[in-house]
Design a protein. Structure first.
Length: 366
């Protein structure tokens, strides 16, 4: 038999629960010395009732739990649905913003593509322009070269002696004696020119040759020219004008051209320097014409001399007298007059560069 305490302990229920059950089965309770005892059969009966009741309770609890779970699920579902709806709205808004950003990016990309295309078009146009410019420059250069070549051929074909003769014929017909400012390089070259032109002009013979070196050579040539003018008979006697001897001007002019061979750019610049001084003084003195004796030398470029003279005529507004004095046996006559008057005939142009070439030629001969 079991006491109430033992049943309560074994069945894990309260004493109150056990006493309540004993009321139902009071006839089966054993009383000993005023204390209630529970038989094994009653114990099993109480145990079975409690079990059934426990199962029912468990079922009810399970049902309640399931209802709570269902309710909780429904609440969660509704909450999740609400949250999902809000999240979806947020995501949709974010997607719309992203879509707007993407469209803006696409627009910017398209603008960059268009800009790049425009830049490529502009670059291509610039490249084509540069290529066309280069082609144009080549064409211009080619044209200039052809024009220069044609000009040189025309000048080579020009008969400056014939042009001079026409002017002299006109002067003779007019019966006038115009003034001529004549640049002279030396007495031998001047001899024939003075003999020839003094028939038509009042001549001022200008000795200006800063290229001649050394000074002793310069003075010797100047003295020979002065002696020639004093000795020769002339229709109109020339006057001698001595220019300033300034070799530094020649060396300044020749700087950078020291090694250029005779008969080229340095010589042309030397013609220019001496003839320009003659043209300037002719203009200041109101002369009718100016020219130079340089073209009598077979070694001088008559076309270049006349080209320079015509250019200076435009610059200083004084007429240039065309010449190629070597023609019509002019050079031959100058050698005859040199012999006749015993003139000093130098064997080089006068500058240090021509003297250097002369010395080189003589060294090669020996």
């Amino acid at each position: 038999m079991f006491t109430v305490e033992e049943v309560s302990r074994d069945l894990s229920v309260s004493k109150v629960t056990v006493y309540n059950k004993l009321k139902k089965y009071e006839s089966k309770v054993v009383l000993k010395q005023g204390k209630k005892y529970i038989t094994e059969d009653l114990f099993n009966l109480i145990k079975e009732e409690l079990k059934v009741k426990s199962e029912v309770k468990n079922q009810e609890n399970e049902k309640c739990a399931n209802q709570e779970i269902a309710t909780d699920r429904e609440v969660k579902f509704k909450l999740n649905k609400s949250l999902n709806a809000d999240l979806i709205d947020i995501l949709k808004e974010q997607l719309r913003e992203k879509d707007i950003q993407l469209r803006e990016k696409d627009k910017q990309i398209q603008e960059l593509i268009n800009l790049n295309k425009n830049n490529q078009v502009l670059l291509k146009q610039q490249q084509d322009k540069e290529i066309n410019q280069l082609k144009l420059e080549d064409h211009i250069k080619e044209f200039d070269e052809k024009l220069l070549s044609l000009k040189e051929k025309m000048e080579q074909k020009r008969n400056y002696q014939r042009e001079l003769e026409k002017i002299l014929e006109q002067i003779k017909e007019e019966g006038k004696v115009p003034t001529l400012f004549l640049h002279s390089c030396c007495a031998p070259c001047s001899s024939y020119v003075l003999e020839y032109l003094s028939q038509y002009f009042e001549i001022t013979d200008f000795f200006y040759n800063p290229n001649i070196s050394p000074k002793e050579e310069y003075e010797k040539r100047e003295e020979e020219l002065e002696r020639l003018i004093g000795s020769m008979p002339f229709v109109h006697k020339p006057k001698l004008l001595k220019g300033e001897y300034c070799p530094e001007k020649f060396y300044e002019m020749a700087r950078g051209m020291e090694d250029i061979p005779e008969g080229h750019e340095r010589c042309f610049a030397c013609y220019q320097m001496r003839m320009e001084e003659a043209a300037r003084l002719a203009a200041e003195g109101g002369y009718d014409y100016f020219t130079t004796t340089l073209s009598i030398s077979p070694l001088k470029n008559a076309a270049k001399i006349n080209e320079i003279g015509e250019s200076l005529a435009k610059k200083y507004h004084v007429r240039h007298l065309p010449s190629d004095f070597k023609k019509k046996n002019g050079y031959k006559r100058s050698t005859e007059l040199s012999g006749e008057y015993g003139l000093y005939r130098q064997d080089f142009c006068g500058c240090v560069f021509s003297k250097r070439e002369r010395d080189r030629r003589e060294a090669q001969k020996s």
